[in-house]
Design a protein around this ligand. Structure first.
Ligand code: DGY
Length: 348
């Protein structure tokens, strides 16, 4: 046993992974160090425990930077994040130090697309105000019985009197396309999107999507047109320096007064103060947010929390039992693959 433990690589797991845990615990060929509490892993604990580790499984809050790699030392060969996003990982540094990085794309696409649609509906249909009213007993008060135009908002689906609604995607990757698929049964036939300026137009993909969904319009546009023409605008681009505050006051000023903005990608893409102003001054109708700049430190005095037309949930886009189990499994498979020099199902 002592001989075995000498050669077993040490792996640090930053959070208990619930029902996926046996995939790690049943292995005899690794030495597991698990953060013992049911809350975010403390930095000091991680820096201490990562010494001499060959692999680490992290979540979004863990900054994987020079400090962490130096604490680990030269033994570290794989970092596996249980997330599709990787802005918490210094990728150039990983490449420089030849450390493999795994992430969890694909498995969360459908869950995030579901919540993206949910937020579009909630924000458009005044769910924040309406739900609070019910919770606070307001429904029973005389002013709030059914009345012709109280609580009205813009409709997501098309109608005979409003047949052309344009959906816009800031970023048109897997989750955006899965969201579009959900919008087609709502009668949506006009879709515009922006992509990273460095990416080439994908004419064949767009032609295929246009045919598949019977779209009248599927067009890659610039940010100016995206802002001006979208009735519902979905922010679905990765975070990071390139996309920081793309949705700022200038962008929001161009949007339609009845439009809805939904962000289910990264908080850093949207300037929160500008969005709060846009809602307060009615440049746009509403916002649905799963992610907010500066999260999780979002308190009740946050300008967006105070906006009645802003619906917010605390970064739960991928939070279904099925998806989280799939993400944890993939993160473990990536970790094990990288640890033993094998294939990682999703490597960056
Ligand atoms: C991710 O995986 O990056 C998501 O933000 C989690 O929901």
């Amino acid at each position: 046993v002592s001989h075995l433990s000498d050669v077993r690589p040490k792996v640090v797991i930053c959070r208990h992974l619930g029902p996926a845990m046996p995939l790690l615990l049943d292995r005899k060929d690794i030495d597991i160090v698990l953060w013992p509490e049911d809350r975010g892993c403390e930095r000091a604990w991680l820096l201490e425990n990562i010494k001499g580790a060959a692999g680490v499984l992290v979540l979004l809050p863990e900054r994987v930077n020079e400090e962490l790699l130096d604490a680990a030392g030269p033994s570290l060969r794989v970092v596996s994040t249980m997330s599709v996003g990787y802005e918490h990982i210094d990728l150039p540094l990983m490449a420089k130090r030849k450390i493999r990085v795994g992430y969890t794309p694909d498995v969360l696409t459908e869950a995030v697309a579901d919540i993206t649609l949910m937020l579009a509906l909630m924000a458009g249909r005044n769910d924040g105000v309406a739900y609070s009213l019910v919770k606070n007993g307001g429904w029973a008060k005389p002013n709030f019985g059914w009345s012709p135009f109280t609580f009205c908002g813009p409709q997501l689906s098309t109608t005979a009197s409003s047949p052309a609604r344009t959906v816009g995607f800031l970023g048109f990757g897997r989750i955006a396309q899965a969201t579009l698929a959900r919008l087609v049964p709502f009668g949506i036939t006009h879709c515009i999107y922006t992509s990273s300026p460095t990416s080439r137009p994908d004419v064949a993909r767009d032609a295929a999507l246009q045919t598949k969904y019977n779209l009248k319009v599927l067009e890659r546009v610039d940010a100016d047109r995206l802002a001006r023409e979208s009735d519902v605008l979905f922010v679905l681009t990765p975070g990071g320096k390139e996309t920081y505050h793309i949705v700022d006051a200038t962008f929001l000023r161009k949007m339609k007064p009845m439009s809805v903005l939904v962000n289910t990608s990264r908080g850093s893409v949207v300037d929160s103060d500008a969005l709060a102003t846009a809602l307060r001054e009615k440049w746009i109708w509403g916002a649905g947010l799963d992610v907010v700049e500066g999260e999780p430190a979002i308190t009740t005095d946050h300008p967006l929390v105070k906006e009645p037309q802003c619906v917010m949930v605390p970064h739960i886009g991928s939070a279904t039992f099925q998806t989280r189990l799939d993400m944890a499994t993939r993160a473990i498979d990536n970790l094990i693959g990288g640890l033993f020099g094998g294939e990682m199902p999703a490597e960056l």
